[in-house]
Write a protein that binds this ligand. Structure first.
Ligand SMILES: Cc1cc2nc3c(=O)[nH]c(=O)nc-3n(C[C@H](O)[C@H](O)[C@H](O)COP(=O)(O)OP(=O)(O)OC[C@H]3O[C@@H](n4cnc5c(N)ncnc54)[C@H](O)[C@@H]3O)c2cc1C
Length: 396
């Protein structure tokens, strides 16, 4: 007999930890299985727009995140060749309009803040060094094996990232696809800013076949860079070393100030960009996927973590409404998870499409790039920002 009050979450990434907190807030006991023995400092900066930050604020994370996040004043698009600003969009206005923060934060700081909140919650058990090995679905729930033990539960949430073991065990085989793009990521100390100025906003440098995103993280003490280029290197993982000489050569024709930013990075890591194809399954019986496990996407809408956080809120609200106090049958759990998938799919698909479009627009060469820059200037900051309202205005 499955425990009618326990939910297992596989993966203690951004989506999994948010799901654990949101489910515990609805009265569930939550067991989180995490493969790694330590929540290491992997990844780099993330932008958290109001649609995601409001979920985290509602879960009580405001003060923990204010201590490490930065509130950027603007997003400035810059022409990579000339080094001149194309348009400056005051992102602070978005926070004022929506009533929720727009933050930039190191992924490790966000994960640490979530983990501290999880550790303080008596209904959540986080088991580190405990990879999910197998899943058995039965009439009244699931049995999960991992870390040498067996756990029974009402439902299993696969929040175990783009190479999800839950997806591999439970769903028809569907593999992430390599995009032909590689994200180089690195940071440097804020005092080492090449022009000596304090960076307060997000810079988006647009060049032929490449773009560069730069913003402060870690309470403004460090600067985060992501340089996206094309290539055939396609290893899995977030932490492969990148050679400085290679990235310098790729940006040799960019404006001096962009090259200076690239030269300031202390250590580069490379991350081959994979995305899940549209149309895969998100749920089956008592099992559902969230975050990158179901919809790993290109990062060019800056919403991968945001969508994982939204998924967590919607999933917990659904399960809380139908099963919050031990009510409901296994068939009703399956129906709730089906509704969750139906609610989330259209929005996530639209964000995935936007990310693909942005990738193409960012990397336009020659005359097409000139036309893009003119179009952005003509639209102006207010209308450019308003095009994002459907993302930022979302509420659980
Ligand atoms: C260059 C780049 C820039 C980005 N910028 C942004 C941004 O600005 N804003 C934004 O919102 N998103 C951004 N993203 C996307 C974001 O990083 C991801 O979408 C997000 O981290 C996904 O969260 P997740 O919880 O689904 O998966 P993950 O964070 O990948 O977590 C999965 C967890 O599951 C664990 N795990 C794996 N297998 C198992 C197993 N068998 N058993 C137990 N545990 C397991 C892993 O160890 C990991 O801890 C960016 C991504 C890239 C590549």
């Amino acid at each position: 007999m499955a425990d009618s009050h326990t939910i297992i979450v596989a993966g203690a990434g951004i989506g999994g930890l948010t799901a654990a907190l949101a489910l515990a807030a609805k009265g569930f006991r939550v067991v989180v299985l995490e493969r790694t023995g330590r929540l290491d400092e992997v990844g780099a900066g993330l932008q958290l727009s109001p649609n995601a930050s409001r979920v985290l604020v509602d879960l009580g994370l405001r003060s923990r995140l204010e201590a490490c996040a930065v509130t950027p004043d603007a997003v400035t698009a810059i022409n990579a060749r000339s080094g001149r600003s194309i348009v400056r969009m005051p992102i602070g206005d978005v926070a004022t309009r929506t009533g929720s923060p727009y933050w930039v934060v190191h992924r490790a700081d966000l994960q640490a803040a979530l983990a501290l909140q999880v550790a303080a919650h008596p209904a959540i058990e986080l088991r580190l060094g405990c990879a999910l090995d197998d899943v058995t679905l039965h009439a009244d729930g699931v049995t999960v094996s991992g870390g040498g033990g067996l756990e029974q539960a009402l439902a299993l949430i696969g929040a175990d990232g783009i190479w999800s073991a839950v997806r591999g065990r439970v769903f028809p085989k569907i593999e992430p696809m390599f995009s032909g793009l590689i994200a180089w990521r690195g940071t440097f100390a804020a005092e080492a800013m090449p022009d000596g100025e304090k960076l307060r906003g997000v810079q988006l440098w647009l060049g032929p076949d490449a773009h560069l995103v730069v913003y402060p993280i870690s309470g403004g003490r460090r600067i985060n860079l992501v340089a996206v280029v094309d290539g055939s290197w396609s290893q899995r993982g977030w932490s492969a070393r990148g050679e400085l000489t290679e990235i310098i050569a790729r940006f040799a024709h960019w404006a001096g100030s962009a090259r200076a930013l690239i030269g300031a990075v202390e250590r580069w890591t490379r991350w081959a960009l994979f995305a899940m194809p549209d149309g895969g399954a998100w749920n089956q019986g008592p099992v559902a996927l969230l975050g990158d496990a179901s919809h790993g996407m290109l990062p060019f809408a800056a919403q991968g973590a945001g969508m994982a956080i939204e998924d967590a809120a919607v999933l917990a609200a659904g399960l809380g409404a139908s099963h919050g106090d031990g009510r409901g049958t296994a068939a009703e759990v399956a129906a709730t998870l089906q509704r969750y998938a139906a609610l989330r799919r259209p929005r996530v698909k639209r964000v995935q499409r936007l990310a693909r479009q942005n990738g193409m627009i960012y990397h336009l060469p020659g005359a097409a790039a000139l036309a893009r820059d003119i179009a952005m200037r003509t639209l102006g900051p207010d209308r450019l920002l308003a095009r994002q309202n459907w993302i930022y205005d979302w509420r659980p």
